[in-house]
Write a protein that binds this ligand. Structure first.
Ligand SMILES: Cc1ncc(C[n+]2csc(CCOP(=O)(O)OP(=O)(O)O)c2C)c(N)n1
Ligand SMILES: [Mg+2]
Length: 902
């Protein structure tokens, strides 16, 4: 438990400087003395009560007291409240020294072999104690039958994590030798935590700063969601996130702190490695990052534990009756603290202690070396252990541990200890290598030290025995990522019967069709409970509000109020076992929920099926990096891009109308991107997605656009399923003999292509086939794979990409129209027989209705027909003058400003 505050007796002055000058020190002293007496005689609760009562009275009297969110610059847990260290300090230190050495050697060796290959030594050097106390005493790999704690490792500390896995016998020496050499004959180690590259090892890709903290918060919340919905048993599992102090500047890092306190996530522990430096220099040279973070986290309702000073400082604090040691710590800014560590003992004596004779006297009997090695809290296992224990036992909310450390700890001047160049240092001088071995007692010869050779303790050494004993007591080895065998059978396509039959009499949108399908899935006896609808405050936009009542909105505390609409059928129902994650306006948070749900098969051994439905414009371009990390995490699920299409979303204009999300989606290797036109196409894609991701266990996910234009939906044409999945099928043939051209359409623009087909045939006697292209990107990926095979096998008969086989040798030109950018159809250009004409929505959107938008972007039926005639004219297959006349007759203005630049 966290220590109760107690003021040592005899402190004559207030610890904190007061904001205004003291007009009557005697009176102040009497008040403080009286309060101290109550604290010491009646206890902390009473003392705190009186303070609260006083401040309430002050507020009632209208006094404007400055809010105080920081505590003094000392450890939160007092020395006298600590419990002794439960482990074998000597053996643990020896293990840690070997890890420090091997982690450093991994990077140094590799950069000698392969200059410029990179890697980091200073992050782990500052973090080793923080991780080792966790590995030896806190991180549980399993809890009986349940999976254990989830640890987000700081990406740049990966060499230390690899070094440990090596000592544990889980990685070979060859692995270490191949750090950052992943493409050699021997297995290598990825630079950073990447589940995609090391699927048995890493769980969480953290190296893009800011993703780890946000994902960790939502992970902890999702754990509670699964517990409250009865999908996993409640445990005291923790989510630990190891973060950099520089990393906290990313807006994502602190953007969702209040969710964690609001949801009372006492399963969440942040450990911020406050080495006071980032890549270029100090995080806050002119201030104090620890104090700034303390205020922010405290203000957000977190339990804050500061671990600033090691036990070396305790006797100094004890002897300092002047209060000046603390005063000196408070007045120094981080830039000075950095210099103290960079410049050593003599400098500290003069510049830190030397400011006040009273505290200079405290260190008079210490030599410079002793002063230089007064450690910071994050390097003291005892302090770290007590902080972790307190965090572990804290109830009712999340905890952040602010651990002060030294960047590049122990690496000497050439390795950059506390220097601005620390982050990028990859070499140590011979002298510093030797000093390192001396300082940490690494048992290597001088010769080995100079070569930075790895040190491997004998298998029967006490270190190895201890390491295994500790990990076995904690349920196994970490990090380690599990794969779960399939528990899911996808429903047959007939399950979506309604969608397959279409909506021939009632105009609906693909969004409405999807909501119907989602509703059905939620009712599925096996799959229903696994579905996780995730919505960032947009359910009504998508007509999903019926789900509120059907499955409830997840609210960990239930519904504490009677909703104003309680008397209507579809009221706003919140429930402890609610299924919908109604995230509010946070696409990043929603992505983090999708990530937790879409990787639950590995982290909780339950396969969940998330559907994150959002405004398509605010997806890939806004939270693209989270989506990339989701792919790295081998995440599964559906991203449903609602209100898609630059001309289909009318009225909203430039910042809302999306004409490029499918381009961005196509950049993610494991994302299948679809742009369907009809309800049966949506159903076929979802059904097959369930089959491939969950039944067949493929690590992929889906991006599906959904539109809000209402129109009639036909029944699924016989045999269309294969083409829908591969990306194209003939929707409506020319009907009267051989087509002179092919019209490709996607989403609602397919209807415009059908309109063009009619115009061409009725007004110009030109027959055209209309194709529905559900995925240019899937077609392209398949064609590229086939082409690669052909390239690598020149002696074998060439294979034909799907797009070519469906066109079956037709050399008729293709006019492709989309509500997305022209580059989307252009993806197929290399495999089409004639020159492709792409019509799309390049440029900024406009506030207007669909009719005007499609005319502006030249993707309406008239523009498609005009483009077709123009193409035929250029090919000499249609009279050019007639084509020009047709363009005029169809209302297409040839002199209009290019919408791409308008
Ligand atoms: C989004 C993002 N931007 C930039 C980087 C490059 N980068 C890697 S580490 C680093 C500095 C990290 O400092 P800090 O978070 O304090 O970690 P430390 O190594 O000091 O523990 C930077 C800028 C990154 N990895 N991710
Ligand atoms: Mg840092």
């Amino acid at each position: 438990m966290q220590a109760k505050a107690k003021v040592p007796e005899g402190i004559p002055e207030p610890l904190q400087p007061l904001h205004t000058a003291d007009a009557d020190p005697q009176e102040t002293h009497e008040w403080l003395e009286a309060w101290d007496e109550i604290l010491n005689e009646e206890g902390a609760d009473r003392a705190a009560y009186l303070l609260t009562a006083l401040s309430q009275r002050a507020a009632a009297a209208g006094l404007d007291l400055p809010p105080k969110l920081t505590t003094p610059y000392v450890n939160t847990i007092r020395a006298e409240d600590e419990i002794p260290y439960p482990g074998d300090r000597a053996v643990e230190r020896q293990i840690k020294s070997i890890l420090r050495w091997n982690a450093m050697a991994m990077v140094v060796q590799q950069n000698k072999k392969d200059p410029g290959i990179g890697g980091h030594i200073s992050t782990y050097a500052s973090q080793a104690t923080l991780l080792e106390v966790g590995f030896n005493h806190f991180f549980r790999a399993s809890l009986g039958e349940q999976p254990g704690d989830l640890v987000y490792f700081q990406g740049h500390a990966s060499p230390g994590v690899y070094a440990r896995a090596h000592l544990e016998g889980r990685l070979t020496l060859k692995h270490l030798e191949n750090f950052r050499h992943e493409l050699r004959e021997h297995p290598g180690l990825s630079s950073y935590p990447h589940p995609w590259l090391m699927p048995d090892f890493w769980r969480f890709p953290t190296v893009s700063m800011g993703l780890g903290p946000l994902n960790a918060i939502y992970q902890a919340r999702f754990m509670r969601y699964l517990e409250n919905r009865g999908l996993i048993p409640p445990t005291d599992r923790k989510v630990w996130a190891f973060l950099g102090d520089g990393e906290m500047d990313e807006p994502e890092s602190m953007g969702s702190l209040t969710l964690a306190s609001r949801e009372r996530l006492d399963n969440l522990i942040f450990v911020i490695n406050c080495n006071l430096q980032r890549l270029d220099g100090p995080v806050r040279g002119n201030g104090k990052i620890v104090q700034e973070l303390e205020a922010a986290f405290r203000g957000a309702g977190w339990n804050v534990i500061k671990v600033l000073w090691s036990s070396d400082w305790d006797p100094l604090f004890e002897r300092d009756t002047s209060g000046l040691l603390l005063k000196r710590m408070e007045e120094c800014v981080d830039g000075e603290f950095q210099s103290f560590k960079a410049k050593g003992g003599a400098y500290i004596r003069e510049e830190f202690f030397g400011k006040y004779p009273e505290i200079k006297a405290l260190v008079a009997d210490m030599d410079d070396e002793e002063i230089g090695s007064l450690r910071r809290g994050g390097h003291d296992p005892l302090k770290v252990y007590n902080a972790y224990l307190s965090a572990f036992n804290h109830e009712g909310g999340p905890t952040v541990i602010l651990a002060q450390t030294v960047k590049g700890y122990g690496l000497g001047s050439s390795g950059g200890e506390a220097r601005n160049l620390a982050h990028q240092s990859k070499k140590l001088s011979d002298e510093d290598l030797e000093l390192f071995t001396e300082r940490f007692d690494v048992p290597v010869t001088d010769e080995q030290a100079k070569k930075a050779s790895f040190y491997e303790p004998p298998a029967e050494s006490p270190e190895i025995a201890y390491l295994h004993e500790r990990r076995q007591a904690l349920g196994g080895y970490m990090p380690s990522r599990e794969h779960q065998a399939s528990q899911i059978q996808a429903p047959p396509l007939a399950f979506f019967k309604e969608a397959l039959e279409g909506s021939p009499d009632r105009e609906v949108s693909t969004t409405m069709a999807f909501v119907r399908q989602l509703t059905l899935l939620l009712k599925h006896p096996e799959l229903g409970r696994r579905v996780v609808p995730i919505i960032p405050d947009e359910a009504r936009t998508f007509g999903m509000e019926s789900l509120f009542r059907q499955v409830g909105i997840y609210a960990s505390q239930g519904q504490l109020y009677k909703p104003h609409d309680a008397d209507v059928f579809l009221y706003y129902k919140e429930a402890k076992d609610g299924q919908i994650l109604e995230e509010g306006i946070t696409e990043a948070g929603s992505m983090a929920s999708l990530t937790a749900a879409g990787t639950a098969y590995s982290n909780y051994r339950v396969e969940m099926i998330p559907f994150f439905t959002y405004y398509s414009m605010f997806g890939f371009q806004r939270v693209g990096d989270f989506i990339w990390a989701f792919a790295d995490s081998r995440g599964k699920g559906f991203l449903m891009g609602g209100t898609a299409g630059r001309t289909t979303l009318s009225g909203e204009g430039l910042q809302h109308q999306d004409g490029h999300s499918v381009v961005l989606a196509s950049t993610v290797p494991t994302c299948a991107t679809y742009d369907p036109a009809y309800s049966y196409e949506v159903a076929v894609i979802i059904q097959d997605g369930l089959r491939r991701m969950y039944q067949e266990q493929e690590d992929r996910f889906y991006y599906i656009t959904l539109y809000n234009e209402n129109y009639l939906h036909p029944a699924m044409p016989e045999g269309a399923a294969e083409g829908i999945l591969k990306g194209i099928y003939r929707f409506k043939g020319a009907g009267n003999g051989k087509a002179k051209l092919h019209l490709f359409g996607s989403g609602p623009i397919l209807n415009e292509a059908l309109g063009a087909q009619q115009i061409l045939s009725e007004q110009y006697k030109v027959s055209a086939d209309v194709w529905s292209v559900t995925s240019y990107n899937e077609l392209r990926r398949e064609a590229l794979a086939v082409e690669r095979w052909n390239r690598l096998h020149p002696g074998e008969p060439a294979r034909r990409p799907y797009i070519q086989s469906v066109l079956d040798g037709s050399d008729a030109p293709v006019v492709a129209a989309t509500d997305y950018m022209k580059i989307v159809p252009d993806q197929l250009a290399p495999w089409l027989p004639g020159r492709l004409v792409s019509l799309g929505t390049d440029g900024f959107g406009r506030s207007d209705n669909r009719e005007h938008l499609r005319r502006h972007f030249e993707v309406n039926a008239a523009a498609i027909a005009a483009a077709a005639l123009s193409r035929l004219a250029r090919d000499g297959k249609f009279n050019a003058k007639k084509a020009a006349q047709a363009i005029a007759d169809l209302g297409v203005d040839p002199e209009k400003r290019d919408p791409a630049l308008a």
